[in-house]
Design a protein around this ligand. Structure first.
Ligand SMILES: C[S@@+](CC[C@H](N)C(=O)[O-])C[C@H]1O[C@@H](n2cnc3c(N)ncnc32)[C@H](O)[C@@H]1O
Length: 270
């Protein structure tokens, strides 16, 4: 191979490598943006991302504005979403369109008892509390009262504070106490959205606590697309892949996997 051909080949490879790296980055950025977009209104997005945006981001914003315009969000949920968008950790909030879907499932199966594993500022806790009758209960598990105090103000404003049984301690402790208290098979719905390292344990304990026909929903199952990127081998990503396989193959449930929010896996107890 002469020098010119070698140079051509190398520059072609370089172009390919740069193009591959660029598209990998933009896929990651797109997924990250998409995740953030689902949590923020258009005006808030402008404040967070600034004016220098790509066409793709503009489109994402417009799409999310359109989605939210047609999402039947309770006014107090809207206020809580806006308040959460100003929080430094706002990306932890459940995607509102996903939360609406979960609330509809909660209502559809006539839920009286729900579990929220990971509350943060309580967006989804409020959403499912609103979806239940006045005698419904949500056992809400978190370790950080600073986060949940934000939610409590809005739970009260929406008139559902009495439906929410907030337990500030590791979620595993709460779930073990519920089991020891003889509450196995009495819950209708569980939403798993806390630390990723305990996901399998949360799933197993939730499966014990929900009744036949009850639903377990697992959030962040796409983890901003990291689950399909083999170079990502950190603990959280590996655990999420493991749980997805575990739930997908579990013959005790009927499961599905939705590309909504950051990825949602649903398991109905058989
Ligand atoms: C992704 S956020 C939850 C978002 C929430 N579901 C919503 O609707 O916006 C995860 C939450 O899990 C909580 N968390 C982390 N480790 C926990 C543990 N071991 N037990 C209970 N909660 C935990 C965090 O404090 C945080 O508030």
């Amino acid at each position: 191979m002469d020098w010119l051909n070698l140079k051509d080949l190398m520059s072609n490879r370089l172009v390919l490598a740069v193009a591959a790296a660029g598209s990998a980055l933009s896929v990651g950025y797109y997924l990250g943006c998409r995740q953030a977009c689902t949590r923020l209104s258009g005006s808030r997005l402008k404040a967070v991302f600034g004016k220098n945006t790509t066409v793709q981001e503009e489109r994402e914003r417009t799409v999310m504005d359109y989605v939210m315009k047609h999402t039947n969000e309770h006014p107090v949920l809207g206020e809580l979403r806006e308040e959460t968008s100003r929080h430094s950790r706002f990306v932890m909030m459940c995607a509102p369109e996903q939360s609406r879907l979960l609330a509809q499932l909660v209502k559809l199966i006539g839920s009286k008892k729900c579990l929220e594993i990971g509350v943060f500022t309580g967006y989804n806790t409020l959403s499912i509390a609103l979806a239940m009758e006045d005698d419904g209960k949500v056992v809400a598990c978190d370790v950080n009262r600073e986060y949940t105090d934000i939610g409590s103000r809005f739970w009260e404003k929406a008139g559902v504070l009495h439906k929410i049984d907030l337990r500030i301690q590791p979620a595993l402790t709460t779930l073990d106490k519920l089991i020891a208290n003889g509450e196995s098979g009495t819950f209708d719905f569980a939403f798993i959205d806390a630390d990723k390292e305990n996901m399998t344990a949360y799933y197993e304990k939730s499966l014990q606590l929900v009744r036949q026909g009850g639903i377990i929903a697992l959030d962040n199952m796409l983890w901003s697309g990291n689950v399909v990127d083999e170079s990502k081998q950190d603990g959280d990503t590996v655990e999420i892949r493991k749980v997805a396989d575990y739930v997908g193959k579990d013959t005790r449930v009927d499961s599905s996997f939705l590309n909504v929010g950051d990825g949602l896996q649903l398991a109905v107890k058989l």
